[in-house]
Design a protein around this ligand. Structure first.
Ligand code: SF4
Length: 467
């Protein structure tokens, strides 16, 4: 079946799911309520918006909390072992409460469900889970939902690879004023520690015209800020029938009227082109922030990680970026305790952190992922050594980040007001540099871009005053 036929078939199932949900409502005595918990990255967050959109169209209301839900769906992550354990822990809790929710649908989807050992475990140890699907059949959620509502048996459907992109189904956005847009799916890089290419499959880029149509539609719907999403956006378009570049796509998106800010993630240093650096300097709507995962400062480990760049290349990119966009914010990901990491390797990472001066960094202790090459490397680093290095790295990141954050003190920034703050009378928003600012405001201003003086630096964020 062609992708378009498969998509059309899902629209028919959405209609059927609506009927099945109405019957479910009758059995329950109220409109069914759903609760989605998202684990992991922004790709999963965007997938959850699609799942929520389908549930809403099928007639499900949002539950305020998991406990009142008639359908609970966990959109799982598997990049680290603690993400897996977190899901099992939550399932254990859910299982303990199941007597008070007879007939509740419990579903699991996302990256962990692409791992056969996890699916086996769910089958055997969590009999109350009655709907399981993976990353490649998210597009078929209307059909899977219909089956879960109407069949007496458990529904387990995992596809091996992506045949249809989940792009034509309803979406329920978390925010009215900003939105993620998937530009590509999967990854071809096979970094030796990473499970993503195994659970998300090979890289597939969307056609530029489809992406632009979506962005125009979002702009017409009041969206001001777009976050372009992909595992490695810098290799966008290379495999399309008519190859396109990421920089070219960005320039076209920046022309869309109504869109005021464009962000993107994630960038792989090996594919960051001069054209992209130029676009960052020239396109005013492109936010001056780049998340550029370095992972390690040691050339020996970068090779072991299969990252295809070295320390000098990374530092060269930082230099180019700072020459083109002088006050650019740079953030990164760093792994500590990769197999074979010596004190010398770790010192190289620490010195790179000091040399670059990141605005912030996500730091992780290496997590062994079964099936990846690094899982079978000798010299796994003992836990206590990894933890001790992790603490030292965190201190270095914190010191640099506080210094970098402080460079904006006293400046006036254009802040996109995003949400009410816990402190009454305050709103929280972000500057183009992705800096969090709390400032006096009202909830009516959420979604607007307002001028705020960054008067009070608090380490990684600011309290500001309206100007
Ligand atoms: S680029 Fe490397 S770290 Fe990123 S998703 Fe692909 S394999 Fe994983």
């Amino acid at each position: 079946m062609e992708a378009t036929e498969k998509t059309a078939r899902q629209m028919e199932f959405l209609e059927k799911a609506r009927g099945a949900a109405a019957a479910y409502a009758e059995r329950l005595g109220h409109a069914p309520r759903s609760y989605i918990e998202t684990f992991g990255c922004q790709m999963n967050a965007r997938d959850s918006e699609k799942l929520r959109g389908i549930l809403r169209e099928a007639g499900f209301a949002d539950a305020r909390e998991e406990n009142e839900a008639d359908l609970v769906l966990y959109n799982t992550c598997t990049v680290r072992d603690n993400a897996d354990q977190h899901v099992y822990g939550r399932l254990g809790r859910l299982g303990g409460n199941r007597k008070s929710h007879p007939g509740r649908i419990v579903g699991l989807c996302g990256c962990l469900m692409q791992e056969p050992h996890a699916v086996e475990k769910i089958k055997k140890s969590y009999p109350f889970v009655n709907l399981v699907f993976g990353t490649h059949n998210l597009y078929a959620f209307p059909e899977l939902l219909y089956r879960a509502l109407t069949e007496k048996k458990r529904v387990f459907e995992i596809e091996e690879k992506t045949t249809v992109l989940p792009e034509s189904l309803p979406v329920e956005r978390k925010h009215g004023f900003k939105s993620g847009v998937n530009i590509m799916y999967g990854c071809d890089n096979f970094c030796t520690y990473c499970i993503v290419p195994y659970v998300r499959g090979r890289e597939i880029s969307r056609e530029p015209e489809d992406i632009l149509a979506e962005v125009r539609h979002l702009a017409a719907d009041g969206v001001k800020e777009i976050m372009l999403l992909g595992q490695n956006v810098n290799s966008y378009g290379k495999k399309l029938a008519e190859p396109a570049t990421f920089a070219g796509l960005l320039r076209r998106i920046c022309r869309v009227e109504g869109i005021e800010r464009v962000r993107f993630m994630t960038s792989h240093p090996k594919d960051l082109s001069d054209d992209l650096v130029r676009a960052m300097a020239e396109e005013k709507k492109l936010c001056p922030h780049l998340h550029l995962p370095v992972q390690s400062g040691s050339d020996r480990l970068l090779k072991q990680m299969n990252r295809h760049y070295d320390r000098a290349h990374y530092l060269g990119l930082v230099e180019k970026l700072r020459a083109a966009v002088p006050d650019i914010s740079l953030t990164t990901d760093i792994i500590v305790g990769f197999p074979g990491e010596t004190e010398e390797d770790f010192e190289a990472t620490l010195s790179l952190v000091r040399e670059v001066g990141f605005d912030s960094a996500f730091t992780f202790i290496y997590s062994k992922r079964t099936g990846t090459p690094a899982a079978s490397y000798p010299d796994q680093v003992p836990d206590e050594v990894a933890h001790e290095r992790f603490d030292r790295l965190l201190a270095a990141v914190k010191e640099g980040a506080e210094r970098m954050c402080g460079r904006f003190a006293g400046q006036v920034a254009e802040v996109l007001a995003e949400e009410e703050n816990r402190q009454p009378g305050y709103i929280t928003g972000r500057t183009p540099h992705n800096l969090v600012v709390h400032f006096p405001g009202t909830k009516e201003e959420i979604g607007k871009i307002v001028k705020v003086r960054l008067s009070d630096p608090r380490g990684f964020y600011y309290f500001g005053e309206r100007v």
